[in-house]
Design a protein around this ligand. Structure first.
Ligand code: IPE
Ligand code: IPE
Ligand code: MG
Length: 247
């Protein structure tokens, strides 16, 4: 729920026209840890602390929707102990934060397929999404086992199935119909994609949805991405001229 008013926004150098949907590739945990000669999993723990803080700020500032890339379909290639550590942290996040998130009206959804998760992880996610289902505040969308290519294929298959069953006519397949089969179907258009950690690529994130999003790449590793840096990014977003192909 929004706690920061327009006057406070102005003090931050922001106008009230905030992006409706911000998506973040939270990258750089491992390098953050390595730089400090710590194991990568320390970086993931620190990254979870930062996630907690940023979600609070995004909710307070009144942004409608926040999508966080937390685990990609390609991240299964990592060593099993790192994967286990990441999902352990996810369970811990829900355990510790769900009460506050719920109190603040945050609605949690999963973007991704949960079949590959352990029963414990699946339960934790189902629990969080069920408890917060009716909330009207920040839409917090966790991209877990998410990959755009898999998402687009899944949408294409569901269209083919409906055509084969005779409940969808090929001539009625349009962008709206296609988008309704993406994980983001109930969310506003993605306005802004931020990637921390210095790499300048999308790594299979929101390839369809980011068609007209503004992309902002920041050098900070995710654990160092402060609220102040986020405000700077929002200022840069507000200074961009979005033309959508027009003049
Ligand atoms: C976190 O950053 C993103 C996840 C996949 C969880 P990384 O673990 O990719 O950190 P770097 O990029 O190796 O520094
Ligand atoms: C993207 O980061 C995925 C997440 C942040 C969850 P990666 O670290 O997996 O991406 P690459 O390997 O650098 O492209
Ligand atoms: Mg990385």
């Amino acid at each position: 729920m929004r706690k920061i008013d327009n006057r406070t926004l102005a003090q931050m150098g922001l106008n009230p026209d905030l992006p409706k949907h911000v998506a973040i590739i939270m990258d750089g945990n491992g390098r953050w840890a390595s730089k400090k000669l710590l194991p990568r999993t320390y970086g993931h723990r620190e990254g979870m602390e930062r996630l907690t803080g940023l979600v609070r700020f995004v909710s307070d500032i009144g942004i409608e929707s926040l999508t966080l890339y937390a685990f990609s379909t390609e991240n299964w290639k990592r060593p099993q102990h790192e994967i286990d550590a990441l999902f352990g942290l996810l369970i811990e996040y829900f355990d510790k934060q769900i009460a506050e998130l719920h109190k603040n009206g945050v609605r949690i959804t999963l973007l991704g397929d949960d079949v590959r998760f352990s029963e414990e992880v699946r339960q934790a996610i189902r629990n969080a999404t069920t408890i917060t289902k009716g909330n009207r505040g920040l839409k917090l969308n966790l991209a877990l086992n998410y990959g755009s290519r898999a998402e687009i294929l899944r949408a294409a298959k569901s269209i083919v199935e409906d055509v084969n069953r005779g409940i969808l006519l090929p001539e009625n397949i349009d962008e709206h119909e296609f988008e309704s089969r993406l994980y983001t179907s109930n969310l506003p258009q993605v306005d802004l994609v931020i990637r921390t950690g210095g790499e300048q690529r999308l790594s299979n994130f929101l390839l369809y949805q980011a068609a007209y999003a503004e992309l902002i790449f920041v050098k900070d590793y995710w654990p160092d991405f402060s609220d102040d840096r986020f405000i700077e990014v929002l200022r840069e977003f507000q200074n961009r001229n979005r033309r959508y192909g027009g003049l």
